[in-house]
Design a protein around this ligand. Structure first.
Ligand code: ADP
Ligand code: MG
Length: 685
């Protein structure tokens, strides 16, 4: 329906087809949904005698004279008309538009609009918009829409085309239930389309926009809610919570969990009691202690004779988590595995040993290994489990049923699922985008961090290097984070090398190390090892590499090109230092320290936690920035609404209302269809 090509519209010029295509307009439907980018109020006609210079106005009068001329020097054609409205005269001037002399003739009554200019002959317009009095008003004497244009396709032409097809808007299917439209006083879809293209007043525009904002969010969140519900069709592994065992675990730790950690742990454990698989997101700043929470929950699962998989983004982190598990939980007689591309290990009977990958995989399959650490890719591509009960995944927010099924060992039973993120996403935003997940948030930090953050202009560089030299003598370790580079691994490596060359001039080469995405896993591991052991004192890396790395002695950090980073990500990167109890120093180097950069970075110096900064980012840069551009994969139309509390509220209410009434949506076939369609366009994994 309405998917027929634009060429089928009568009166469309062939030569315009390619221009229309450039704007993404192929079908009648595309054109109906090609909404204006702005409006001008040309509804009120002004008397010529009342005009002021430089204002944008509409006048109406009779053409009293027309003239075709040439410019004196370049000999370009000029077409001029003089219009009289009884109160005064004004001239309209066009360059090169010869054809206008055949359209605009003496004695016609017309509207003219544009910005007014004044010279010794009086008022004039340059290239004004015109409209005949006798015609349907689409270009003037109304609120006039303006569209994104391209060569040969003007807003005037688009208005003309849309005018022709607008009656077809009536055939657009209405996905939103009537009750919802009535409840929230929203116009029907076809009505809203008409209002956006030919509004009678600004209220119509506002209501129509609200309707589409609502529709976009409502469909998206309904999709997520249905996804969440669909998990209830599956069974979960039966996991009992043995209180004695849990206490034993908690008492064995060298520290007490914070209140937030405890709360998150109990939320995870209460998921286990349910008969269907859980899907929870654990949010918390870097260093807020998510890992230990996930590992304690894992121990509870192991106690029930189910296996656990911990999936992390990099091999180094997998190694680190494996070590953490050994450090804290070696006394409980479970077997741990580390599955990396080249380096596989098993921890069993109090000892850690290197093993062949094949034998590790076999032991996982036979259920000999209880808890296995690996990267996202390795685990779900290569491994089968005997009885996987719980999956923890670090730094990846969603996990579809399809991926889950890959990790299952028995039809209809799916493991519980916990994902963790250090991106502090404000609660309202998280609830909106992750409506398919349950949410736990850790805000408290276990240890008070002591990090002094300084904003440094180029001149300050050598002074900072001198300071670092002294600190290294006292046993400090330093991170140098290179400027933000997206997408290109080659450029990444270049940028790291450049910093290396720069630092070589100040520090001896032996104490410098580099780390970037393109390096081989063994090389990376080696560098990290040398950094931990202290052979390397200054580690130069990109911002994306090894986010969760935990090296307590590292207490100094330089961030190059700091002005390019979002506040929340700066905070996250900075979170790698100041963990060991020593005073930390973070230097934000900026190429150009403008007042606005300074102001933004100041927020970093003052903020209490990442959530506060993320809120600021949300205000300054919008939801896309806070969620991470690459990760969210959400279309702009949804992004845009995530910041609108009213729409968020209505959407949630509306979803509850509809699902309570008809959770299978049988009464709402068009709604169901629309959800399936957006399901294709939104990537949620
Ligand atoms: P995250 O994964 O949230 O970034 P980690 O799990 O790496 O944070 O924890 C950071 C450090 O804090 C680790 O060394 C961990 O052992 C330690 N830690 C975790 N919880 C506590 C706590 N309640 N008290 C003291 N130290 C803790
Ligand atoms: Mg972590």
């Amino acid at each position: 329906m309405l998917n027929f090509p634009l060429t089928s519209i009568k009166g469309i010029w062939r030569k315009n087809i390619s221009g229309l295509r450039k704007l993404g307009l192929l079908t009648v439907k595309d054109l109906l949904f090609y909404f204006p980018t702005k409006y001008k109020d040309f509804s009120k006609v002004k008397k010529i005698s009342r005009l002021k210079i430089g204002e944008e106005v509409v006048i109406k009068g009779k053409i009293v004279k027309t003239e075709l001329k040439k410019t004196p020097k370049k000999r370009r054609t000029i077409f001029e008309i003089i219009v009289d409205d009884g109160s005064g005269l004004i001239k309209g001037v066009w360059f090169g538009k010869l054809y206008l002399s055949k359209i605009l003739k003496e004695n016609q009554v017309i509207y003219l609009a544009g910005k007014t200019y004044f010279d010794k002959y009086g008022f004039y317009f340059l290239e004004p918009i015109y409209e005949f009095e006798s015609q349907l008003k689409i270009h003037l004497a109304r609120i006039v829409p303006f569209y994104k244009e391209t060569k040969g396709i003007t807003s005037r032409y688009l208005r003309y085309l849309i005018q022709k097809i607008l009656p077809l808007a009536r055939k657009i299917e209405e996905p939103l239930p009537k009750e919802i439209l009535r409840k929230y006083h929203l116009p029907e879809k076809s009505q809203a389309i008409s209002w956006l293209h030919q509004p009678k007043n600004f209220l119509q525009i506002k209501l129509a926009q609200k309707r589409f904002d609502f529709e976009n969010l409502f469909l998206f969140q309904l999709l997520l809610t249905l996804k969440k519900r669909s998990l209830k069709k599956y069974l979960s592994p039966k996991i009992e919570i043995d209180k004695n065992f849990l206490n034993q675990i908690l008492n064995s730790l060298p520290f007490k969990l914070t209140f937030d950690q405890t709360k998150a742990l109990f939320e995870i454990l209460s998921d286990f009691k349910k008969s269907y698989p859980s899907n929870r997101l654990l949010e918390g700043d870097v260093g807020s202690g998510k890992t230990i929470v996930a590992l304690i929950a894992s121990m509870v699962v192991l106690k029930n004779k189910y296996q656990v998989a911990v999936l992390v983004p990099t091999e180094i982190l997998a190694y680190q988590h494996f070590q953490t598990a050994i450090k804290f939980f070696s006394n409980f007689n479970f077997n741990f595995g580390l599955l990396l591309s080249k380096n596989c290990r098993i921890f069993s009977g109090g000892e850690s040993a290197k093993v062949k990958k094949e034998s590790l995989k076999r032991e996982i399959k036979e259920g000999e290994i209880d808890l296995v650490f690996g990267t996202h890719a390795l685990l779900y591509e290569e491994v089968s489990f005997k009885s996987l009960g719980f999956v923890v995944i670090d730094e990846q927010h969603r996990f579809g049923v399809k991926q889950r099924k890959k990790l299952t060992y028995q039809k209809d039973v799916l493991p519980h699922f916990l994902s963790m993120t250090a991106t502090p996403i404000p609660r309202t935003l998280a609830l909106a985008v992750y409506a398919d997940l349950d949410l736990s948030i850790i805000k408290q930090m276990p240890k008070k961090r002591k990090v002094i953050t300084k904003i440094v202009a180029q001149e300050g560089r050598s002074k900072v290097y001198q300071f670092i030299k002294e600190e290294i003598k006292k046993g400090s370790k330093v991170f140098v984070v290179c400027p933000l580079i997206e997408e290109s691994k080659v450029l990444e490596a270049e940028s790291v090398t450049k910093q290396y060359e720069k630092l070589k001039k100040f520090f001896s080469e032996e104490i410098l190390g580099v780390l970037y995405g393109k390096m081989k896993p063994e090389e990376k591991q080696n560098v990290i090892k040398n950094f931990i052991e202290g052979k390397i004192k200054i580690l130069i890396s990109t911002s994306v590499v090894e986010v969760g790395i935990d090296i307590p002695e590292a207490n100094i950090m330089i961030i190059e090109g700091a002005q390019q980073f979002g506040l929340a990500s700066l905070h996250q990167i900075r979170g790698r230092i100041g963990r060991g109890g020593k005073m930390g120093f973070c230097f934000l180097f900026c190429d150009k320290l403008t007042p606005s950069v300074k102001k933004r970075l100041k927020a970093i110096q003052e903020a209490k936690d990442g959530f506060e900064l993320a809120k600021k980012d949300l205000e300054i840069r919008g939801p896309g920035e806070v969620l991470g551009k690459k990760q969210h994969g959400l279309p702009d139309r949804i992004m845009k609404v995530l910041n609108d509390p009213e729409i968020l509220k209505l959407s949630k209410e509306g979803i509850d209302f509809i699902l309570k009434k008809d959770c299978a949506l049988t009464q709402y076939p068009f709604l169901k269809k629309a959800i399936l369609e957006i399901g294709d366009s939104v990537h949620l994994e």
